[in-house]
Structures are given as structure tokens and as C-alpha cells.
Design a protein around this ligand. Structure first.
Ligand SMILES: Cc1ncc(COP(=O)(O)O)c(C=O)c1O
Length: 376
């Protein structure tokens, strides 16, 4: 048997990682400015995280959601404290798509409606309800019916005011569009979603799967505008590589037995991973580091020839280039040994660990400047 061949792969085999550094099977060293797609939040193989997961693995790693798992309460309490949402409730899942799937389902149970408002260039995952709300026909099959979804231009407050009505179940939006190329939602846009949802009893779902868990320097990006959603979804950085996602649910939603469910969500190991990530974020002041390093990278990138626009907040940075970025990215990876990400054809995406050091940022900046000089 072979893996189903859906991913174009680089011929690189990482076998070891620490902080923002990876080593391959030939002993070559790489700088990770992408965090495996925004997943590595506190750094690879963080010693505290490794210790806590090892302890948990030796104690108990899994039992189903039919018994008491106090780690779930501990995680919910800590997450409530750090995110400033102590009165929200937490439903635990195992991925970003599953978080959005459950958020949309909960919104529909709650409103007894079906119409979803989503945004152009948004990405919410590949399960049925999530992919239906994703503006990419290439990843939808015939069974992913999206006739109930209306796609509006991102950051168009007026379009939101016009589209949300008494049939609207939910508006789902990323605080910062990630896959779409690092576009930050404006305050006016967020306020228009809130007002329109309030006016029609629709649910405001904030997809924080990529932009959340400290990546913007705020815990979740709704804090950038101060406009609070009804449901927040999270995953990626939540487990620093251990698969876990969460749906943070405002107290206005009532839970009933059996309404939502999952086998793996909230298992002992996943909770311990998420809990130790939160402890490290707090102890090591990683939100502050994210702001400092994000501002540093932005200020150093400014003025480099070839850059058309710099976008983003904290350590979620989009570098839109005047030329296609495929070659730049390949040169960075194979000649300079730096992992970066991409969005469409012209934007490089930086999503490094929130614990990125200045020394690592400098390695990237030097590699990027040299690569741009080479390309000229
Ligand atoms: C904003 C956003 N939502 C949802 C998802 C889906 O997450 P997952 O791949 O864990 O299902 C992603 C993944 O890139 C994402 O960026």
C-alpha cells in the first residue's frame, strides 16, 4: 500500500526539530518560517510540552467521552482566562474543518435556518459544511452542496448589511484571511457583521483556526476590533502539532445531550498538549514576543525591492511581490534552507512559531535579501 497521492512533495525528509529549526535525514539544517502551516506555536519539541505529553502518555492517553476527563475542564478554564472569554463553553474536536463543521451545525440547530454568508477567498476546511462555505470550487465535489451559501467580497461592510436577513443562519469569517493571502478584517467590517447578526438573530462565527491562538499578538483576532463573535473556532497552533481543535461557544447557546459529538475530540493527550501550549504561551510571554518579532520583521522587510505590499499582524505576515513567488520560495528552501509558505501566485506567507527569536528572524531577513539580489 502507498499513501494516496494528493500532496505535491518536496524532496526533504525532516527527522528532528527544535524551536524554529528542522534537520533532515542528511543532517542539513533548515529555518522554519512557516510552522508547518501555522501549527507550530510554541516551537518544535518544546521541553515542557514534551515532558507533559510524555507524562500523560505514560499515565492514560485516551478514553472516550463517556467518562470524566478533568483535563477538559482544566483546558477550558485556562483557555477562557487567556482568551478573555471565561463565560464561553468549549467543544473539543480534532481539526479546523471539524471545528467549523460543528460551529455551522450548532448555528443551524440554534436558529433553525440554513442560509450561510461567507466571503470570497475565504477558507474554512474540507468537510461538507465547511467546504460549502469555502470559496473554492476546485475542492468541492457534487455532494458538497453550497446552494445555501452566499459569498460576499471580504471587508465589504455594505454588502454584509444588505445580505444578512431573517433567513440567515450564520455569517462565517476569518479575522485574518490566511489561505486567501493574509488580509486583515477591518473594524468597520466586523462591526457590520455584529450589527447585522444582532438585527436578524443570526450567528456570528469567527474562524480563528489559522489567525488565532496568539498568532496576531492578541489571543484571538476578534480582539483587534473589539467586536465579539458568538462562536470562535480554533485548531492549528492549539496543540503545537498534536491534532486538536475547539469550538468556543457563547453562553447564549444551550447544549443538549447528543447534539454534537466526536470519538477523538477532547482525549487526554490532546487536552494535555493544548494545556501545556497555553502554559508556555503565558509563562514565556509569547503574545508579547509575537508583537515584537512581527513588528521587527515588518520594519526590516519594508523597502526591500520587489515587495509590492506587506500585510498582516503579529507573526501572520503576507509579502506580496511584484513577481510570482514560486522561484523565490524554491530558492529560499533549497539554497538558503528556509521554509516559507505561499498564497496564490504572488504572496509569500510567514507563519513561524510565536517563540521566534531575533537571531532566527535575522537569518530569514538575510536569506530573503540575498535571494532578492540574486533574482534581479
Ligand atoms: C482559516 C482556516 N479554517 C479552517 C482550516 C481547516 O483546518 P484543518 O486543515 O485542520 O481541517 C484552515 C486550514 O488551513 C484554515 O486556514
Amino acid at each position: 500500500m502507498q499513501p494516496f497521492n494528493v500532496y505535491p512533495l518536496y524532496d526533504i525528509t525532516p527527522v528532528k526539530a527544535l524551536g524554529s529549526t528542522l534537520w533532515d535525514n542528511k543532517g542539513e539544517k533548515y529555518l522554519d518560517m512557516y510552522g508547518g502551516h501555522a501549527v507550530i506555536s510554541i516551537g518544535h519539541a518544546h521541553p515542557y510540552y514534551v515532558e507533559k505529553l510524555t507524562e500523560q502518555l505514560n499515565a492514560i492517553s485516551f478514553y472516550s467521552n463517556s467518562v470524566q476527563i478533568p483535563l477538559q475542564q482544566q483546558l477550558a478554564k485556562k483557555l477562557g482566562e487567556l482568551s478573555g472569554l471565561p463565560d464561553f463553553n468549549l467543544f473539543l474536536v480534532s481539526s479546523g474543518a471539524e471545528a467549523n463543521e460543528n460551529a455551522l451545525k450548532l448555528a443551524s440547530f440554534h436558529t433553525k435556518r440554513k442560509k450561510i454568508i461567507a466571503f470570497k477567498s475565504g477558507f474554512h476546511g474540507r468537510t461538507s459544511a465547511a467546504v460549502a462555505a469555502t470559496d473554492n470550487p476546485k475542492i468541492k465535489s457534487l455532494i458538497n452542496d453550497d446552494s445555501h451559501v452566499v459569498f460576499l467580497p471580504f471587508n465589504d461592510a455594505e454588502a454584509v448589511r444588505n445580505a444578512v436577513d431573517s433567513e440567515t443562519c450564520a455569517v462565517i469569517v476569518e479575522g485574518i484571511q490566511g489561505v486567501g493571502g493574509i488580509h486583515v478584517a477591518t473594524d468597520e467590517f466586523m462591526a457590520a457583521i455584529r450589527e447585522s447578526c444582532d438585527a436578524h438573530d443570526a450567528v456570528f462565527i469567527h474562524d480563528s483556526v489559522q489567525c488565532g491562538y496568539g498568532r496576531s499578538g492578541k489571543f484571538f483576532t476578534w480582539e483587534l476590533s473589539g467586536v465579539k463573535p458568538d462562536i470562535i473556532t480554533t485548531a492549528k497552533g492549539m496543540g503545537n502539532g498534536f491534532p486538536i481543535g475547539g469550538v468556543l461557544i457563547s453562553p447564549k447557546f444551550e447544549a443538549t445531550f447528543g447534539m454534537l459529538g466526536t470519538t477523538f475530540g477532547g482525549n487526554h493527550l490532546a487536552c494535555m498538549a493544548a494545556l501545556s501550549v497555553l502554559e508556555v504561551i503565558e509563562k514565556e510571554n509569547l503574545l508579547e514576543n509575537t508583537v515584537t518579532m512581527g513588528e521587527y520583521l515588518m520594519s526590516e522587510l519594508k523597502g526591500i525591492p520587489g515587495i509590492k505590499e506587506l500585510r498582516g499582524v503579529g507573526l501572520m505576515i503576507g509579502i506580496e511581490m511584484e513577481m510570482p513567488v514560486a522561484d523565490i520560495r524554491k530558492k529560499l528552501l533549497f539554497e538558503k534552507h528556509v521554509f516559507t509558505g505561499v498564497s496564490s501566485t504572488h504572496t509569500l506567507r510567514l507563519l513561524p512559531s510565536l517563540a521566534l527569536t531575533k537571531a532566527d528572524a535575522d537569518i530569514f531577513l538575510k536569506a530573503f535579501k540575498e535571494t532578492m539580489d540574486d533574482i534581479k
